[in-house]
Every structure is written in C-alpha cells, then in structure tokens.
Design a protein around this ligand. Sequence first.
Ligand SMILES: *[C@@H]1O[C@H](CO)[C@@H](O)[C@H](O)[C@H]1NC(C)=O
Ligand SMILES: *[C@@H]1O[C@H](CO)[C@@H](O)[C@H](O)[C@H]1NC(C)=O
Ligand SMILES: *[C@@H]1O[C@H](CO)[C@@H](O)[C@H](O)[C@H]1NC(C)=O
Length: 396
Amino acid sequence: MQLWLRAIFTLLIVLITEGHPVDITYLQSAVAKGAVCLDGSPPAYHFDKGFGAGVNNWFIQLEGGAWCNNATTCLERTKTRLGSSKLMVKTVSFSGILSNKAKFNPDFYNWNRIRIRYCDGSSFTGDVEAADPKTKVFYRGARIFSAVMEDFLAKGMKNAQNAILAGCSAGSLAAILHCDRFKGLLPPGAKVKCLSDAGFFINTQTISGTSHIEQFYSEVVNTHGSAKNLPQSCTSRLKPGLCFFPQNVAQHIQTPLFLVNAAYDSWQIKHILAPEVADPHGTWRNCKLDILNCSSTQLQTMQAFRSEFLKALNSLGPSSTRGYYINSCYAHCQTGMQETWLMDDSLVLSGTTTIDTSKKMCSYRRLPKQLEIGIMKENDSKRSIVLTPVTKLAFE
Ligand SMILES: *[C@@H]1O[C@H](CO)[C@@H](O)[C@H](O)[C@H]1NC(C)=O
Ligand SMILES: *[C@@H]1O[C@H](CO)[C@@H](O)[C@H](O)[C@H]1NC(C)=O
Ligand SMILES: *[C@@H]1O[C@H](CO)[C@@H](O)[C@H](O)[C@H]1NC(C)=O
C-alpha cells in the first residue's frame, strides 16, 4: 500500500475505534528456533510499553482467527495474514482492554500491552518438526508461543508483578490451553491470571445432528501435532481432539481463569451449530447474516444452543479461582472493542452479581424479543455462574 494511503487508513481506524496506533514488530530471532508462521515467516506482535505505576504489569492478548484443519486449508492460509506475517497490516489500533487511556480502560491502561498476531492456525499449539514435504507448510504454533514469551521475559516480564494472558476467539482458547504454562514462566511472586474472551467453544452437535466441531478439532490437533502441547490432565483421560474443548480442560487449570462469553456466541452459532456442511439447502443463511431474519424455530434452536452452552460451563463445577461473565448478546469477542468493553451504553454489572438493567442491553446488536428471554437476570446467577464485572478483573 502507498505510504500516504496507509496513513489515512490508520487515521480512520483510529478515529472509528477511539484507539491509538501501534506498529508491528517481527520476531526475526525466532526463525532460527523454528518458531515460524505457516509459510515460514517470523512471528509478529504489537507492543505498547507500560508507564507510571504499570511498568511491571503485563497484559498479553493472543489474536484469534479460527483454525486450519488439514494440508489444503493450511496451505490456503499461507496466502492470508492468518498464515503469513508478510501479509499482516503494519499498524493496528489498540482500543478497549488495550487502550492507553484511563478513561477507556481504567484497569489496564498503563500496563505493558501486547497483541500477539496469529499465523499458525492451531491456537498456538502446533509443533511438527518437519515442514510438510508437499506444501512446505510449517506447523509450529507452540514454538511461536514459547519464542514470544521468551522475548517478553527478556524485555522485562521476568520482573512482572501482575500478568494476564488473554485473547479473543482462537486466541482466547490458546489463553486457556496455555494458562498454567504461562504462570510457570513468571516469577513465583507474580500475580498471574488468564482471561478468555469468546474462547469457550463447546462440543455440541449441528442442526443436522452431526458432530462437526468434534471432528474438526480432532483434524486440527492431528494436522498440527498438537497433542503433546495440550494439558496433560486432559490428554491422560481423553482423546487429544477432545482436549481442545475448554469444557474438558478448564476444571484442571490451577491459575485463576476468567471467562467472558456471549451465551449466543455468534461465531459458534454460525460455525458450530449451523455450519454450511450441516445446512445444504441454505435454510440458515439469512438468519446467520442477520438474526432479525431468523424464524421462530431457528430462534428456539438458538435458545437450545444457549442451554447447551450453560450446561457445558456448569459441568466445570464450582471453583474459587474461576470467574465468569456470560451475557446474552449475539456477539463474539467483547473486550477488544471500545463499544463492548467500556462505553456509556456498554453492558455493566452493578455490584458483583446483578446486571444493571438501566443500561441498554447489547445496544450495539439488538436482539429479537424471543432471545431476550435468555438474558441472564439476578436469579440466574446460580452456584457456578458467578457474575463478576469484567472491569473488576483487576488484581485484589
Ligand atoms: C480439508 O478440510 C476442509 C474443511 O473442513 C474440507 O472441506 C476438505 O475436504 C478437507 N480436505 C482434505 C484433503 O481432507
Ligand atoms: C432480512 O429481512 C429483511 C426483510 O424481510 C430483508 O429486507 C433483508 O434483506 C433480510 N436480510 C438478509 C441478510 O437476508
Ligand atoms: C428471585 O426469585 C424469587 C423467587 O422466585 C423472587 O421472589 C425474587 O423477587 C426474584 N428476584 C429478582 C431480583 O428478580
């Protein structure tokens, strides 16, 4: 892109998101360790240094972008930013939980804030020694995670007082899978927590009754050689592919974990509940594009999905080191955008267990009436569905 065009583009993005631009860094030194994107290019991240009282606090956000499950789809990915750092934009806007302004991000604005770019297609779990002989694709997500962490430890994270491993979507699944490993890298006195935003992908059937996501995850894990990097507390009991599901992993995580998720997660509705392979006649196409166009039967199916979601969450059982913020928005990733993280009309909780209903619910994505039944009310806050305000994730 022409330089001036890029400047205008960056300015626009920054104005729209109320964020500030942060340039990309390529971790060239990781290549020698074999920590590379699918196409062999170096890993990359965006790093905004902490200041003031936040200099020894670290907030790491792992970028999302689904997964590739076989040689064909992983090769296709190398032609996109999700498989090659050569194709990534050079500047991104930090807003929401990455904002550097106290007004927009009171808890973390002065921390060291990092977004690690996603280019391995395996939620940072892959590790196959040899490149694919046919396609020359590398499966090295776990090595990227290690190399980048090593880099930040050297840049000062080894003296961290507080650290959070977070992410969006596939990146937040990675934050769950790597949570205890991350804790293990930090000094013993550091307070370490993990935050998963839209990473609680559930193992449920499609609208046509097939086990699509279970099959898909087992292909991801096989293709990337991920099994050895998944929590052993799970792989010792279950098939590796099943250990890609947080519902089979999170109960064994020792490090405090906070889950933020919409119970009507829009990505999960589109790709787990009603993926194209399960909808050959395209009955769900309009509904997926715009939920205001869903039939009442489809809305019921989505309600049932919500029940499945809460059931999976409840199956983890109670824990004093796990918190949840589950709302009924039709959304996917809510902490990275200013609008859903902290604005006048964002969802907020009053106290620790109730939703402040004076605020407009999901105003950025109004729900059809029928779905609003699912909105979590005070009385819904049973045992393990602990509603805790997201912005109070801060360290107590
Ligand atoms: C690879 O995965 C895609 C998506 O699931 C599927 O459509 C395709 O048939 C698979 N290709 C091979 C060679 O297995
Ligand atoms: C949703 O329905 C409205 C009214 O029937 C229609 O105009 C619109 O095109 C539909 N949207 C989609 C995405 O199909
Ligand atoms: C919760 O449920 C109880 C019994 O069903 C009811 O008396 C109470 O008013 C409810 N509280 C709220 C805040 O809705």
